[in-house]
Design a protein around this ligand. Structure first.
Ligand code: SAM
Length: 188
């Protein structure tokens, strides 16, 4: 099995055990000392009434903050490739009574989400990654966003820059707020 299959198919026991541990680590209360989900989500420029996609929701660490930020008139799709992540976030959404969130299993590099659907994409804690091809992901995010939409990227990796995501005229770096890169979708 390739690394990507072990990690993300949901069919490897070892992969699932590792993934479940990672979910617990990402959702640990200690993390709140370093990463403030409300502040980081607000840094994306998210607004009430928007249709937002969260790619790689994992344990749902940012999902509640994003759901509350778009409010009752907005909608959030929380997506992840891994079935354990989908299940974990779905449970959190139900337990927290968040009615404007749909949790889906989706591979962001080969997404089944429709064209021009979202005002904003949150890509938080997902890149850089050895299993993600920036060109494929950038193409999909460009396709899924509405014209003029924003892709907000937050990474745990110091000194990382979203240069590969701006290649080929898909996105322009519009600024950085509280560590969140703001990429504006360009027409090509
Ligand atoms: C390190 S976790 C971060 C989770 C969450 N955003 C956070 O910061 O707590 C990265 C997540 O991205 C997901 N992921 C990786 N590749 C993906 C892909 N191609 N499509 C969708 N999700 C993906 C993983 O399954 C994992 O849940």
């Amino acid at each position: 099995m390739k690394l990507r299959d072990v990690m993300f198919s949901g069919k490897s026991e070892r992969g699932n055990r590792f993934f479940t541990k990672m979910m617990a680590f990402l959702d640990s209360p200690k993390r709140l000392k370093y990463d403030d989900p409300v502040k980081l989500v607000a840094a994306s420029g998210i607004r009430e009434g928007q249709r937002v996609l969260e790619i790689g929701c994992g344990s749902g660490f940012f999902t509640e903050a994003a759901s509350r930020a778009v409010g009752e008139s907005g909608t959030l799709v929380a997506a992840d490739l891994h079935p354990v992540a989908v299940e974990t976030t779905r449970k959190k959404v139900i337990d927290s009574g968040l009615t404007n969130v749909t949790v889906v299993q989706d591979d962001a590099m080969n997404s089944s989400l429709p064209d021009g659907e979202f005002d904003l994409i949150l890509l938080y804690g997902v890149v850089p990654s050895p299993v993600i091809d920036p060109d494929k992901l950038a193409d999909q995010m460009h396709r899924i966003l509405k014209p003029g939409g924003t892709c907000a990227i937050w990474t745990m990796v110091p000194f990382w820059k979203p240069l590969k995501y701006c290649r080929g005229g898909r996105f322009t770096l519009d600024g950085k707020k509280d560590g969140v890169f703001l990429l504006r979708r360009e027409d090509r």
